[in-house]
Design a protein around this ligand. Structure first.
Ligand code: ZN
Length: 269
């Protein structure tokens, strides 16, 4: 799935998780932003496609394969491998917790706190990070198997899960709009709560569950099978079909708006 939907899904997760924090605006914003960052992070493993990869990172680590080959292969540092696993999400969350603890104890004079106490205190932002990371992995599962056969969710296990081909790699404007809707609605709910008191968590969790359910229905009811393994000679047909589907789902007017937006972006969307 595209990086924009991944990132905003992380932000949407952040709006939910931050409603569980009894802290101020700055802290809640931090949770939302770090969750959005986590939503984008797994695709850092596509860095091997970068044109400067071979002379820099490839050279540094003495890699025998080219970045392009690494991307499609099943090395632990290939696309959809380690960085698309739940373990990576936990490990990076822990590392960020450690860095934050070291900064606190070195510069803020909070020397009396133990590392575990510090982790416990920051548990909500770490949960936001982990769930933002996790939603990315889940969103990649209904895309085609291609060379990987899904994502290496249970790394270090060698099994890949997903790769069902329910949806195309991108052009999932309907899913993007659902994610966008959840994110905006929840941000508005957060704002309203500053002026009117109501059970924010209940509403925010409700909005998220409704959005998540509609997205699953949209994914599971595409009337076309995009599944393929390895390479597909029908690639262009799939690409065209995914756009045609969006036209049918969204109607001409909204589809044209989304296509215009897509054309303005410098990423696969
Ligand atoms: Zn991904």
């Amino acid at each position: 799935m595209d990086i924009l939907t991944h990132t905003l899904s992380g932000v949407a997760i952040g709006t939910v998780v931050s409603s569980f924090a009894n802290s101020g605006f700055k802290n809640k914003l931090g949770i939302v932003l770090i969750s959005g960052f986590a939503g984008a992070l797994p695709d850092l493993d596509a860095i091997s496609l970068w044109s400067g990869f071979d002379p820099t990172i490839g050279n540094l680590f003495n890699l025998s394969e080219s970045g392009k080959d690494i991307y499609s292969a099943k090395f632990w540092y290939s696309h959809h491998a380690f960085l698309h696993s739940a373990f990576a999400g936990l490990l990076i969350a822990g590392l960020l917790g450690l860095i934050s603890y070291l900064i606190d104890s070195k510069f803020k004079g909070l020397k009396n706190k133990s590392f575990l106490e510090s982790l416990y205190q920051k548990r909500i932002i770490m949960i936001g990070f982990f769930l933002g990371f996790l939603i990315h992995l889940i969103e990649d599962m209904p895309t085609p198997a291609s060379n990987w056969g899904g994502v290496n969710f249970f790394w270090p296990s060698k099994s890949y899960i997903g790769g069902t081909g329910d949806i195309w790699w991108w052009n999932n404007y309907d899913i993007f709009l659902i994610v966008f809707g959840v994110m905006v609605t929840n941000l508005i709910l957060h704002l309203i709560q500053r002026f009117a008191h109501f059970d924010l968590r209940k509403f925010i969790v409700g909005v998220f569950i409704i959005g998540f359910s509609i997205a699953i229905i949209q994914i599971k009811t595409r009337d076309f099978d995009f599944a393929y393994s390895g390479h597909s000679i029908r690639y262009q047909e799939f690409e065209d079909k995914s756009k045609q589907q969006q036209k049918e789902i969204l109607g001409d007017k909204l589809y044209r708006m989304m296509e215009n937006f897509d054309n303005k972006l410098n990423i696969y969307f």
